[in-house]
Design a protein around this ligand. Structure first.
Ligand code: ADP
Ligand code: MG
Length: 657
């Protein structure tokens, strides 16, 4: 006699015990089923049929007794091996169909093959062929709610057959169907039995049970009749060999370890995740706000920070990194600011560290041309201007030494002044403008600096001879500030020290002046940057934390809403790690979507900022970094719910509401 495929000895199952009253549902079942048999298990409702089927299908474990599958004691198998067995050996057909509501018929049928690692093309073809064979060729794209009960049951039979379905376990398959659909399903099971599948049919209906060759009657958790001996089993060849003991142990350990499935599963998981997100898109969007804001704020603020840094850099480049500014300053709030005189400028000029020195006598003033008025910075300075600031003229020419000597009323105007006041004039050279009602003749137009310095206001400037500024406009000969070019750009600091020393000497030790340079400006900028980064980091951290909790919240809800689906997936052969991977994928998908939305929002905000002339420089690093943070958030906060899903007990999950 061959080893029976299924061999139960004294199987008992009881529920409750600790606090609830103990219920003995199965009270000592002995049963063996051989390859090729068509068995009906019949009994009244509540007699323990479903409990028995769940044990047979390795969805549940008995409280005591021994279950040998093809000679192998099932109690010794771990959860992965049980999953393998469900996937390779069994095909379940339930009274309530148990299809995954968000998937199409085709996707539902393909699911067991995904967990088995069948290549996509083969999977698609096989699922299509099965659906065609069951008369559902036209319905492959329909979701369960678009199918009738009979059609849904046929889809679930196709799913049971997907991986071979050597043993079909059908629990009241016709229970929810009208008599016509019920007959169709029964005919199908008949046909499968005659093709060599082991069919175990569970029913309370004797008439339905009568289709089977062997009828086992169960009552109150005990077998009360079994006509096995009147009906020696068929031992049909097709399955007979397929699952025999030969090397089950080896195949089990290999199968449970199979890794080829991950790619198909990943695609499936991403698909499923996307569908679930799409169905609940409003809820998803709301919950993702944390991540979106976190990512967007990081990217935007870094971009603004980087933008202003580059602007300062550009200014430094545009005006020269060797420039030092000297001006009077109050040593303390009660004393008036000191004055730097032209004599002192002359004294400083003799310092060897200094290349050029140029006093500037300037102020904001009103400028008029025709009937147009404009405020601009009027700087009285000498002819060092173009060289010291590296700032050439594009029209006309700079004023000359002679103009300076004569105090000539001539002006070299910045680009912005040209654009504001003289835009309608083809040739501004020779035109007269009024500065504080004093007429000045335009002799040149400066090149635009704004584009390169990032500071449009640097072009809102008019350069006039120092002498003219002092006499005609401001009534003082003292400079507002002094521009000094260090001879060596690498020794700005030393130059500054030398100037400081001489100035202290000239001012009798009184520190009523101030020295700044572009390098110092950069440093100040860097300090601001650090503060900004810190602030930004905390905003991002808080947002991502909130976002992460959002993801966790969604995932916990998802796991609760889809407990049944998890059960179905387990029944079709998903291992714990497959479920874990799926829900983790969903969590990561969520945060990836949040991250992408955040980056999109950041770009949008950045665009608006650019339009309002704020310097913005997006860095790839910031974008990638923020995105990676979102991803990590998904993994970290998705893990707990995913593990919760993976640890669900197959029967509990399957029978949940
Ligand atoms: P059948 O499928 O034959 O109608 P079941 O196997 O579903 O019967 O259930 C048999 C008995 O076991 C019922 O009395 C039911 O109340 C009990 N039962 C089933 N599952 C549980 C459970 N998880 N906890 C407690 N009792 C259960
Ligand atoms: Mg039942």
């Amino acid at each position: 006699m061959q080893t029976p495929l299924i061999d139960l000895q004294d199987i008992r199952k009881s529920y409750g015990g600790d606090d609830a009253p103990e219920v003995h549902v199965l009270r000592g079942i002995d049963l063996s089923i051989h390859a090729g048999e068509f068995v009906a298990i019949v009994g009244a409702s509540g007699s323990g049929k479903s409990t028995l089927m769940n044990i047979l299908g390795c969805l549940d474990r008995p409280t005591s007794g021994e279950y040998r599958f093809a000679g192998e004691n099932v109690a010794g198998l771990d959860s992965d091996e049980l999953a393998w067995l469900r996937r390779e050996a069994f095909g379940f057909v339930f009274q309530g169909y148990h299809l995954i509501p968000s998937g199409s018929a085709q996707e539902n049928v393909e699911m067991p093959a995904i967990y088995a690692g069948t290549p996509a093309a083969e999977r698609h073809a096989r699922a299509a062929a099965l659906l065609d064979r069951l008369g559902l060729a036209e319905r492959t794209g329909n979701r369960p709610h678009q199918l009738s009960g009979g059609q849904q049951q046929r889809v679930s039979i196709a799913r049971a057959l997907m991986n071979g379905g050597h043993i079909i376990l059908a629990d009241e398959p016709t229970g929810a169907l009208d008599s016509h659909s019920g007959k169709e399903v029964m005919a199908l099971l008949d046909e499968l039995a005659s093709q060599g599948h082991v069919v175990i049919l569970i029913t309370h209906d004797r008439e339905v049970a009568a289709r089977a060759k062997r009828i086992i009657e169960i009552s109150d958790g005990l077998i009360i009749s079994d006509n096995a001996h009147e009906n020696p089993s068929a031992q049909n060849s097709a399955t007979a060999g397929a699952l025999q003991a030969v090397d089950l142990r080896k195949r089990l350990s290999e199968g449970a370890e199979a890794t080829g499935a991950w790619k198909g599963e990943l695609v499936d998981a991403v698909h499923a995740a996307w569908r679930v997100m799409w169905i609940n898109r409003f809820r998803t969007a709301l919950t993702l706000l944390g991540i979106i804001i976190g990512v967007a704020s990081v990217v935007v603020m870094l971009a603004v920070g980087e933008g202003s840094k580059r602007q300062v850099m550009a200014q430094m480049g545009a005006f020269g990194s060797n420039i030092i500014y000297l001006s009077g300053a109050a040593p303390n709030p009660r004393t008036p600011p000191g004055i730097v005189t032209l004599d002192e400028v002359a004294a400083l000029a003799s310092l060897p560290q200094i290349n050029r020195i140029m006093p500037v006598n300037g102020a904001e003033a009103g400028v008029r041309f025709g009937n147009l008025d404009h405020m601009s910075y009027i700087g009285g300075n000498d002819t060092n201007f173009p060289a010291i600031f590296n700032w050439p003229v594009v029209e006309g020419s700079y004023f000359t030494q002679a103009d300076e000597a004569n105090g000539a009323a001539v002006a070299v105007i910045g680009k912005k002044v040209r654009d504001k006041l003289l835009k309608d004039v083809a040739n501004p050279i020779g035109q007269y403008i009024l500065i504080e009602n004093v007429p000045f003749q335009v002799v040149g137009v400066l090149e635009g600096k704004g584009a390169s310095s990032g500071d449009q206001d640097s072009d809102n400037r008019i350069a006039i001879p120092y002498s003219a500024a002092s006499v005609r406009l401001f009534g003082t000969h003292n400079p507002e500030y002094v521009v000094i070019a260090a001879a060596d750009a690498r020794k700005v600091h030393e130059t500054e020290k030398a100037i400081e020393q001489l100035m202290l000497q000239l001012h009798n030790g009184k520190r009523d002046f101030e020295l700044t340079n572009n390098a110092a400006m950069i440093q100040a900028e860097a300090r601001t940057q650090n503060t900004l980064s810190l602030m930004l980091g905390s905003i991002a951290a808080i947002s991502l934390l909130v976002g992460g909790i959002g993801v966790m919240n969604i995932m916990l809800m998802t796991v609760r809403e889809r407990t049944r689906e998890i059960g179905i997936r387990m029944a079709t052969g998903a291992r714990q790690r497959d479920i874990l991977r799926q829900f983790l994928t969903e969590a990561v998908m969520l945060s990836v979507v949040g991250g992408i939305a955040g980056i999109a929002l950041a770009l949008l905000v950045g665009g608006v900022l650019i339009l309002s002339e704020v310097a913005v420089a997006f860095s790839l690093m910031a974008v990638v970094g923020a995105f990676a943070c979102a991803l990590v958030t998904g993994v970290v906060f998705g893990f707990m719910p995913a593990r919760k899903a993976a640890r669900l007990d197959p029967v509990t999950a399957l029978t949940s509401e």
